[in-house]
Design a protein around this ligand. Structure first.
Ligand code: WQD
Length: 342
């Protein structure tokens, strides 16, 4: 059973990918420093797949620990690298934390595999496109000046990976550009666990609906969109996790596109904030308390992906719609109320 390293594997997308790797017959191996996740997620994953995933707790910024792990685990067949700081707002307040954490961990990992054949899947983001000129946005769209240090770390990481793949012959790399991950595993045993006040829309919606937050503020309703609120391509986290398994399989087969490749991972559909709220109310049967507030600095007005390359060449297509995204997010919030993990 091929062992696949999942860095950040106790996090939101990482934990869902651990489940899907297991379901696809792989043996996931997690490295996580638990700086932005909860160790209890390992027990939750065990409830879903029946085995507790192999777990190593250390910081990937510690080169010695990374090298020791790689030496002791020569049979790792592939790496899916999630571990990174990812809060847009925090990155503006503390850019050095983001540049240090996101680049040192990536470079330590790549360095540890010098001379060793490695299949490497990287967690990138549609944020690299900024405000696209053409929609839906394709992988060949220009990468625009990032609007946050977080977004900048994704852009620069992609350049590091591209240069690494072209300079050395042993790295085979795919970067997945996520649109907006939402929802939770259908078991409602794992899902998004925001630290403190949620920055992202969906957890704020579900925490408002469950009564943890007084109301949602919609950041702006005067944009140049049909209902004035921003448009995003929301993708179910389980579909997103399956895209990572598809990327590992493509690398194992040998990617005919070459040693560095990029894929959009979204549904190809755009929903406005107000449409997302309406979909949540329909799926949950809960009326949501919200009000309009000022625009949020740095927000892109509208972005949704052209996912035809992923459908065609990654052999992957999103299967779950907005209703399942909202219903699963709500089921997870209700589970957390009865079974607090913190
Ligand atoms: C979505 C929409 C907000 C909260 C970012 C990163 C991306 C990925 C996901 C990390 C926007 C509106 C939100 C709220 C609101 N990375 N909103 N009230 O900004 O599209 O993407 O997070 O996980 O790489 O760029 O996601 O969920 O923050 O916002 O009105 O309380 O919801 O203005 O239009 P975003 P988001």
């Amino acid at each position: 059973m091929s062992r696949i390293l999942v860095t950040g594997g106790t996090g939101y997308i990482g934990s869902h990918t651990v489940v899907e790797l297991h379901n696809a017959g792989y043996k996931p191996v997690i490295i996580d420093n638990l700086s932005n996740s909860n160790i209890k997620i390992l027990d939750q994953i065990e409830k879903i797949i029946g085995v507790k995933p192999e777990f190593h707790q250390f910081d990937l910024c510690d080169a010695e620990k990374v090298n020791a792990f790689v030496q002791a685990n020569p049979d790792i067949q592939g790496i899916i690298h999630f571990a990174a700081s990812k809060a847009v707002g925090e990155s503006v307040q503390d850019p050095l934390k983001y540049y240090h954490n996101n680049f040192f961990s990536l470079i330590n990992l790549l360095n540890a595999y010098r001379g060793k054949n490695v299949n490497f899947v990287f967690s990138s983001s549609c944020t690299v496109y900024g405000e696209p000129d053409v929609l839906p946005v394709t992988e060949s769209a220009p990468v625009k000046k990032a609007t946050s240090p977080y977004g900048n770390t994704k852009q620069i990481a992609e350049e590091i990976l591209q240069d690494t793949a072209s300079a050395y012959d042993n790295y085979h790399i795919i970067a997945l550009r996520y649109f907006n991950p939402v929802g939770a595993h259908p078991s409602a045993l794992i899902g998004e666990l925001p630290n403190g006040v949620p920055q992202n829309l969906l957890p704020f919606i579900t925490q408002t609906a469950i009564g943890k937050r007084e109301k949602l503020t919609v950041f702006g309703n005067d944009y140049d969109t049909p209902d004035g609120s921003c448009i995003r391509d929301y993708i179910h986290v389980v579909d997103l996790a399956k895209a990572h398994v598809a990327a590992i399989k493509l690398l194992e087969k040998g990617n005919p596109n070459g040693k560095y490749d990029v894929f959009n991972v979204g549904t190809g559909n755009g929903y406005s904030v107000l449409e997302a709220i309406a979909a949540f109310e329909k799926a949950s049967g809960q009326k949501l308390k919200y009000e309009f507030g000022p625009r949020r600095e740095g927000d892109v007005v509208k972005v949704w992906g052209d996912v035809s390359k992923s459908n065609r060449e990654l052999g992957w297509k999103a299967e779950l719609g907005i209703d399942e995204m909202m219903a699963s997010a709500w089921a997870w919030e209700k589970y957390l109320k009865e079974n607090p993990l913190d």
